[in-house]
Design a protein around this ligand. Sequence first.
Ligand code: TXA
Ligand code: MG
Length: 321
Amino acid sequence: MQQLARVGEDIAYAENLLRAGEVIAIPTETVYGLAGNALDENAVVKIFEIKNRPLFNPLIVHTYALEAIAGLVAPLTAPAKALADAFWPGPLTLLVPKREGLSDLLTAGHPSVAIRIPQHPMTLDLLKRLDFPLAAPSANPFGYISPTTSRHVQEQLGDLIPYILDGGPCTIGLESTIVSLLKGSKPQVLRLGGISLEDIEAVVGPVELIRNAGRPEAPGMLSSHYAPRTPLKILPDNFSWEYADTAHVAYLGYQTLSSRIPAERQVLLSPTGDLREAAKNLFLALHLLDKLAVKEIWAELLPEIGLGRAINDRLRRAAVK
Ligand code: TXA
Ligand code: MG
């Protein structure tokens, strides 16, 4: 086993490792990414290996500016451009037709590629120094909770990578919203994320939300995902605590603690009912609760609006076994 990754803020060091074909962890505003040279098949293979990710699940290409990847993707259509102008840099991923030069490994054989300009000053600086874009899935083992701190990465993949570029806790805390503008005129949202459906629709009009799961077009949307090791159960709306056996249970609530479980086994996502704060806390909370010696984590769903929808999506996927 390799020793644990170095953790630091040394952008030049990160740059050198990436230039040498290494795979490292980088901070973004959504979650930490496991990054390598998107144009180097060996680096891309390493990403799949480290994550233990099935090869049918394609990767997102990160850049600091569209011009930097102009030769690799088709020019943006008008609605894609409108979304890019509204939300980049930021938690939006667009599916666009790819050109030669991007390997099938990267896109899992799809004729389209997912691209994103992340909003993190260190990672934007790093991308500007490089003469290639970075392929980066979330820096967690396949199927497990996404990392929102360098410590999460260290705990999950620290023995498999040389360096974690530490940019502090992620400010959004949920993965990017993925929008496809490939099919017909109506945009499709393939993954709910850091930008709400309402905000997307304000820019491009009505979108279609593709709910499921394991289909070839959206292989990463497997129904079981983002899951803690402890089984997670979602409480029904009309749940009655009265006769519930809470002896070995931890609770993930939105605003209000349960009177039936000791406080040290509970986490609230946002006592003031702020969905942004809840999004930022979600994966942190799941990591924390997963470390308690309990048999089950019980979770409450949030209001099905704005970022609440993306949070509920993650909770439902975490609950599938
Ligand atoms: O916020 C994020 O998007 C983070 C940070 C690191 O940027 N990245 C991330 O990557 O969440 P990952 O690999 O965990 O999720 C990428 C999703 C997967 O569900 C994958 O199937 C989908 O994007 N995807 C990527 N390329 C695609 C393509 N060409 N067609 C369809 N889906 C694609
Ligand atoms: Mg992921």
